[in-house]
Write a protein that binds this ligand. Sequence first.
Ligand code: HEM
Length: 458
Amino acid sequence: MTTPIPSPPSVPFLGHVTIIDREVAIYSYNLLAKQYGEIYTLNMLGSKVVVVCSQELLHEVSDEKRFRKIPRAALDQVRNAVGDGLFTAHGEEPNWHIAHRILMPAFSTMNTRNMFDDMVDVISQLVQKWERFGPRHRIDPSQDFTALTFEAITFCAMSYRMNSFYVEGMHPFARAMADFLIESGNRALRPGIVQPFLRGTNSKYEEDVKVMSKYVDDIYDQRKANPTEKKDILNLMMNGKDPVSGEGMSEQLIKNNLLTFLIAGHETTSGMLTFIMYYLLKNPEAMRKLREEVDTMIGSRLMTVDDVNKLPYLIAVMREALRLGPPAPMRGTAAFEDTTLKGKYAVQKDVPIYCGIYMVHRDPKVYGEDADEFRPERMLDGKFEALPPDAWQPFGFGVRACIGRPFAWQEAQITLVYLMQRFTFVMHDPTYDLHLKQTLTIKPHDFYIHAIPRTDKP
Ligand code: HEM
């Protein structure tokens, strides 16, 4: 005997796409979770999807013997630019296996430590910019963190400088990418029959792909023309061999993955840093504790690679900000075979299951009545490990989990230490309350700050 999965009323043909907010889809999924509970089903333009919103269900669908990643509809559209790159590849595509095996060691925590100096180089540019502009300058942290993380991934992984801090406004690549991701999301919610008629939108979309590809071609061609001994990720892709098949990566596969790293590697980390800044400014006691920790453990000396992962409150702040603001708020999976969830909800094989990470991270059964509050103390070592399995999953799961996690983790720690040592921060508008911007990822929108150089250095 199975229990029907609840579903909101829908309109013929379009199904439920009309009830999904086009600007910030995650608001709608979250609202539906409040109305329908831990599981509900939607009809998206004739295709059924199941949305799971509790830790218990996320834990169940994170069983890799029963479920595998399928890129959600919006992510599938991203293939228009990156093809079978790691992020968008389907598990059965051989190129995923080849690239995964070649690249995993390069993104290990050990190898990421070797990128420490290059990360500091890039972070120093941000610090310099904020020092030069001074305390009266209104900073858009999302834009500056995007420049930072974009520069970090290109410089550390590809030894290529985009010079993001020296262009007015957004870097052309970052702008093309943001527009491309927004339109990819819109395409997923639009009936296919309409698409060919949107000529202006389509040509802008193609243009954005061209802009991004041009940078990737340039990075690739420059390295081809000027080989180096440096053991960066680009060199590894060009020269590495898959230990199983003995095959290398083709030029196209390298380019697909270069673009994948540019897309997957910077929006997410910049979203994380912007959420951290927002939550710290809204919670002055947490900001105070973090500053105290940095002052006590590092003071005014330069941070070294040995300080990474040694600041427990900083780590707790990062975990808690990723809980409330997971930059990738949903991921897609599907069952290999017809199955039931919790022994009662029937789910057919291959039907997309959307894992509502954003909702799971607020599950009151796990996080209690104050689940919506920012409280880094609940994420301190010891408490964090005691959370039920899969209650915190901002980096995905299993073999398809984020390959860039150690990179983002280290980059964020250095950035926060450097900023805490050198500035105090205030919100431009003290009455600002969080609202989100969503492309493929989410981040705070219309959020501005001031950075005041510290005069009370320890
Ligand atoms: C996969 C989140 C940083 C590269 C993922 C997934 C998530 C995620 C949730 C799984 C997606 C899915 O199941 O569909 C994040 C967050 C980051 C971050 C929250 C920062 C805070 C990075 C960085 C890089 C990167 C810095 C690159 C240097 C990738 C790649 C995949 C991936 C290539 C696909 C892995 C595969 O399927 O083999 N990330 N990511 N990410 N991420 Fe990240």
